[in-house]
Design a protein around this ligand. Structure first.
Ligand code: MN
Length: 751
């Protein structure tokens, strides 16, 4: 650059910095007094000097990042001067010549301790693959000392997510998956609603851009189309509440893109089927003594004018959520039969809902927390961290499944309290009590009503498990279990059963060929090619469970008896573990495409040393990625697989782009969910489509037919997503079938 260009650049930078800093000062005004604002200015100047000359990936001066983080801390979390000062200097010790002792001298012990915590979190980055998990564990350690560290860290993460577009694709995926896996749930657990929501939306934008755009577009269209309707409904409610003499204001809320997305995934529905895209929030201006009573009054006024749905009534006044959330949610039917959710809460409850832990917390006096719920929660985190038998990855997993999710409380018939993650079912409750009670569960009485084992429990339910000695855990239960405890117990049991079936299959096979001298080295490969199956345990499993075509097996044995050679093309996936990073790097070089840096899947299958992940079972044609996991080698996952998201957040450096190449005789296991109205011969018709018409091997069938309805999960082997599409198309054409969809996850991964 020429001298004048440099000067111009310096002038632009200076203006941007001054503007950003003014914005911060405005945001911190309500929470600070004059002397504190002098300290904030001092911290700003200190950081400005330390980061002098440094730039972010976007090209802008580095200092704009800490200013933005400090502004989030002040404006969106509502913290005071100490936190703002620490946010301004959060990267100073890590990235510049400044040392912690300098900070102590200039700003005192309290600020230095928080910055030390922030530095420790991101400071260490060794070459172990679990570095991310290790970092996260460190963050939890600092969390139990001073919660401000984690709140500033969340602000830092939020700003990094807002500026993620400047990063490489692999880094985007890594950072976005960490965010969705750990930071967003953490924000939720701390009660920071809007930050949680924004983190989720931003993650989705980078992890699944197509889906994000689609939902965003449809939501905007919906907002345009429904504006008049919503205004009218809101006006009516306002008039009704005013007539009762209440003081309040009403906000209109649209569901976030990520919430819509996860509802679509969870319930396997289209955007158009999400009924609660819109809600109104009624916020009452009232005293703490009267707030509950007034919320209930609003409820009674609403239900006087509108029909309401008792199944969608949520009372978080009596039993607040674990993150402190209090409100009354009621869904009423507006004009033209449209359901509208109304969230009723007081100003105080609203503050708690938006600011969460920060609303309770006397952050100005000390880093200590006095709010009972959070204190207990921090205690449980401390227990987890002090458990010597868990490694970093296990700590993170445990934290994720049991400490960071919303919780509900259910009761035994005797009134003992059982704590469960939100969306837990009767089955989870049963396993929580005892493994055998889980294994033999056939249903329960919830509040004296008989319900099936997949019934989702609500806060405050009283649950009496119904057992039967004849009951055994089934594969489909994995879809109903929510807690890791229940899932692990069910999986252990199923694995044991499957092993027995495979052994039985082997025995049958050995017996069938006992009189011939076949070459045992080649026969399995020939078998797999002949039956079009991916591996031998699958073959023996089908044989052992009497699902293999016996006539075809006879045909095979006849061919072999007559000395025929059966053509083998690839077919067998042999897994070789890549133990070290170096081995992995050299392996990767060999498997990359000639003109792309993606891992080519399907090349050289005979000696392939990657495996398809058991959880999401990719099929040729799926959008996939590879993840190198030192314990498991390279695993190929579908991009939207939940386990992959978890792995990416633990092994961020090991994400590999992957592409399909031509495959030969490999088939893939796909799970298909079918629902419809039940009728005579339905099963037979479905099986006919799969086996006689399309000639697919079926691995398993599970059927549930409550009332007149029919719900089944079929696991079949297909060659590609094209073949799967064809299968779905044909199944949909069967009379009585209402919906056919592919399962997102077949079984959860063990790792
Ligand atoms: Mn930072």
């Amino acid at each position: 650059m020429s001298e004048t260009a440099l000067e111009r650049q310096a002038e632009t930078d200076r203006k941007a910095i001054v503007n950003a800093y003014r914005g911060l000062v405005r945001a911190s005004y309500p929470h600070t007094h004059k002397a504190e604002r002098r300290d904030i200015r001092r911290a700003f100047e200190y950081a400005l000097e330390a980061h002098e000359g440094a730039r972010r990936k976007s090209g802008e001066p580095y200092i704009l990042h800490p200013i933005a983080v400090a502004k989030i801390v002040a404006k969106e979390i509502g913290l005071g001067a100490t936190s703002i000062i620490c946010a301004l200097m959060h990267d100073v010790v890590e990235d510049t010549f400044v040392e912690l002792s300098d900070i102590t001298r200039e700003f005192g012990k309290e600020v230095a301790t928080i910055i030390d915590g922030l530095t420790k979190i991101s400071g260490v980055f060794d070459h172990k693959s679990s570095a991310q998990a290790e970092n996260f564990r460190k963050m939890l350690l600092t969390l139990s000392d001073d919660l401000r560290v984690i709140l500033i860290k969340l602000a830092d993460r939020l700003h990094n997510m807002r500026t993620l577009e400047f990063m490489k694709r692999e880094s985007q995926l890594k950072i976005a998956s960490e965010t969705i896996y750990l930071y967003a749930p953490l924000a939720n657990r701390l009660g920071l609603q809007s930050i949680k929501s924004e983190l989720e939306d931003l993650s989705l934008r980078y992890m699944n851009p197509g889906m994000f755009q689609e939902i965003d577009h449809k939501l905007q269209k919906f907002q345009k189309e429904s504006r008049y309707y919503i205004q009218k409904f809101t006006k009516n409610v306002r008039d009704q509440l005013k007539a009762a003499g209440l003081k309040f204001h009403i906000l209109q809320r649209y569901k976030s893109i990520y919430s819509i997305y996860s509802k679509m995934m969870r319930q396997d529905i289209h955007f158009e089927e999400v009924y609660d895209l819109f809600a109104i929030r009624i916020i009452l201006d009232t005293s703490v003594e009267n707030e509950k009573l007034e919320c209930l009054r609003v409820f009674s006024i609403l239900t006087e004018h509108y029909k309401y749905n008792p199944e969608r009534y949520r009372d978080w006044l009596t039993l607040p959520k674990a993150n402190g959330y209090e409100a009354l949610h009621v869904t009423v039917m507006g004009p033209r039969g449209r359901w509208i959710e109304c969230q009723i809460r007081s100003e105080r409850m609203d503050r708690v809902a938006e600011r969460g832990v920060a609303a309770h917390w006397k952050y100005k006096e000390s880093g200590q927390l006095h709010e009972g719920n959070f204190v207990k929660w921090l205690g449980r985190i401390r227990d987890l961290l002090e458990n010597p038998s868990l490694n970093a990855i296990e700590v993170v997993k445990e934290f994720k499944t049991n400490l960071v999710t919303d919780e509900i409380f259910a009761f035994t018939p005797k009134g003992d309290l059982v704590r469960l993650p939100q969306n837990s079912t009767v089955l989870d409750f049963a396993y929580e009590i005892h493994t055998n009670i889980g294994h033999q569960c056939i249903g329960a009485k919830v509040n004296n009503k008989v319900v099936p084992l997949k019934y989702t429990l609500q806060n405050g339910d009283q649950v009496e498990i119904i057992n039967s000695k004849k009951q055994k855990p089934k594969e489909e239960w994995l879809q109903y279990a929510r807690t890791s405890k229940a899932k692990n117990r069910i999986k252990e049991h199923i694995r044991k059963q499957r092993r027995e079936v495979i052994q039985n299959g082997r025995k049958i096979f050995d017996w069938k060929i006992r009189n011939y001298e076949f070459d045992t080295n080649t026969i399995t490969r020939e078998l797999l090619a002949f039956f079009n199956l991916p591996n031998e345990s699958e073959f023996f499993f089908l044989l052992g469970s009497h699902k293999l075509d016996n006539a075809k097996l006879g045909e095979f044995i006849d061919l072999k008896k007559e000395g025929h050679k059966i053509p083998v093309q690839g077919g067998r996936l042999q897994r070789k573990r890549l133990a070290s990073r170096a081995e992995f790097e050299s392996w990767l070089q060999r498997h990359k495409g000639v003109d792309s840096d993606a891992l080519m899947i399907g090349q050289d299958m005979e000696v392939s040393d990657y495996q398809f992940a058991a959880c999401c079972q990719p099929i040729k044609g799926d959008d996939i990625i590879g993840i190198f996991n030192p314990n498991q080698g390279v695993e190929i996952h579908r991009v939207n697989c939940k386990t992959a998201v978890r792995l990416m957040s633990n092994f961020g450096r090991n994400i590999l782009k992957a592409k399909w190449t031509e495959l030969h005789s490999i088939t893939f296991l796909a799970g298909i969910k079918i629902h419809g109205t039940d009728r005579q011969g339905m099963m037979g018709d479905l099986i006919k489509v799969m086996s006689s018409k399309m000639k697919l091997n079926i691995r398993s069938i599970t059927i549930d037919s409550p009332d007149e309805m029919f719900e089944g999960v079929f696991k079949v082997f297909v060659k590609s997503t094209d073949e799967l599409q064809e299968l779905k198309r044909r199944l949909k054409a069967v009379p009585g079938v209402l919906g056919v969809s592919r399962l997102q996850e077949i079984e959860e991964n063990q790792s």
